[in-house]
Design a protein around this ligand. Structure first.
Ligand code: ASP
Ligand code: MG
Length: 409
């Protein structure tokens, strides 16, 4: 019996008519192999960026209901074009918007979460030999308004549909061959991983790796749905993201992520008393600003320094808020530094090995890289360093942990 496969293709995979024809060929060979296919697409190339730019030309802070109505149109174009290409091949391709299918989300416009995926329509289409081609990245809220799922959200649509359909496979096609030990554009010795666990992928996605949307990984992990990430440009097995217990290899470090789009804010000389961290961070989170790394120094003279990082786009707003906080707390100066990068090493093998942190710090010391902040979790160690040293740090750590070499089993 054939399999049921959900295939999601990203923007570069449907960037022009030629790429759309290539996607249609991919689907045709799957159908010829006796499988059933449901397709989820992103918008063509950079078209979502272009739509956002247009909206911001009119208002830098566009109304979010209308923002969603606008940016969801990109995917409507790609799904219709692919259906046209499939029909030309004699395959019953049929485009659907998330709205037509009733993919329900909450009402957080521009970053909505999927609540419920109604699949009866898709199943009856599949039984009729149809290939449903569905818009990624969007849904509808309770009032019937169009919502979108945040940048990269088509991944989440693909995973959510695969889970709801109980598909045999969920394939996410992109412009890279899979998940690498580190970004190959940052370090040429990066190696393609055959497998990675959900938990590692969550840590990598949340600390800068851009191949899969974080929410898609959360969703897949919750439903224990393996995802295969692969290239629509080159042949290959890609990377299987799956449950840890199915992976035999235990490298100490599986991957290194790097991100240079955060800024560091420090408020100096705040009173070293209970409740201060909450007083500093609450107004920041109330403003919807996400805080990443947090460090509070040992106090001296009953005062302390408090440092945290935010996305660089939020720097100005966070600084304004901190100035007010400093006044009410009787604190001192505020420093802002956007010349930073965060490097994280991630590996499920860290649980069983001591000394990973010291090996990391030694490798950075040998390259004369100064560390300004450190945070750890069970399977991740992150450091904040100078932006200009990011590439050097990634290379030093990749070499120190031998990530270019495949483990012997
Ligand atoms: N087109 C949307 C974006 O560019 C969604 C996606 O590609 O996953 O963010
Ligand atoms: Mg993407």
């Amino acid at each position: 019996m054939g399999k049921l496969i959900v295939k999601k293709f990203g923007g570069t995979s449907v960037a022009d008519a030629e790429r759309i024809e290539a996607v249609a060929d991919n689907i045709e060979s799957e159908i010829n192999a006796g499988n059933k296919v449901t397709v989820v697409l992103s918008a063509m190339g950079d078209s979502t960026d272009d739509l956002i730019k247009l909206a911001k030309e009119i208002n830098p802070e566009p109304d979010l209901r209308e923002y969603d109505a606008l940016v969801s149109t990109g995917e409507q174009i790609s799904v219709a074009l692919l259906a046209i290409a499939l029909l030309k091949r004699g395959i019953k391709g049929k485009s659907y918007t998330a709205y037509q299918l009733g993919i329900k989300t909450n009402s957080s416009h521009s970053r909505a979460r999927i609540l419920d995926v109604e699949v009866s329509k898709i199943i009856s289409e599949l039984n009729e030999g149809v290939v449903p081609v569905i818009t990624g990245f969007q849904g509808m809220n309770e009032s019937g308004d169009i919502t979108t799922l945040g940048r990269g959200g088509s991944d989440t649509t693909g995973v959510a549909l695969a889970a709801a359909l109980d598909a045999d496979e969920c394939q996410i096609y992109t412009d890279v061959e899979g998940i690498f030990t580190t970004d190959p554009r940052v370090y040429g010795k990066a190696r393609l991983l055959k497998q990675v666990s959900f938990e590692e992928m969550l840590e990598l996605s949340s600390s800068g790796a851009k191949v899969l949307q974080l929410r898609a990984v959360e969703y897949a992990s919750k439903f224990n749905l393996p995802i295969r990430v692969l290239s629509s440009f080159n042949e290959g097995e890609g990377t299987l993201v799956q449950e840890e217990k199915n992976i035999m290899e235990r490298p100490i470090v599986s991957g290194i992520s790097s991100i240079d789009t955060e800024a560091k804010l420090t408020i100096r000389g705040v009173p070293d008393i209970p409740g201060v961290a909450a007083k500093i961070l609450s107004p920041i989170s109330d403003a919807g600003i996400e805080v990443d790394v947090i460090v509070q120094n040992i106090g001296a003279d009953n005062t302390t320094d408090f440092t945290f990082t935010v996305n660089e786009d939020d720097t100005k707003q966070a600084e304004e808020i901190l100035k007010k906080t400093s006044t009410t707390l009787g604190g001192g100066l505020i420093d802002v530094d956007d010349d930073i990068a965060k490097i994280s090493i991630v590996g499920r093998g860290m649980r069983a090995h001591a000394g990973v942190a010291s090996k990391m710090f030694q490798a950075l010391a040998k390259s004369e890289i100064n560390i300004s902040m450190i945070t750890t979790s069970e399977i991740k160690i992150s450091v904040v360093i100078k932006k200009s040293e990011m590439t050097k740090a990634v290379a030093a750590l990749h070499d120190a942990f031998d990530l270019d070499k495949e483990l012997d089993e």
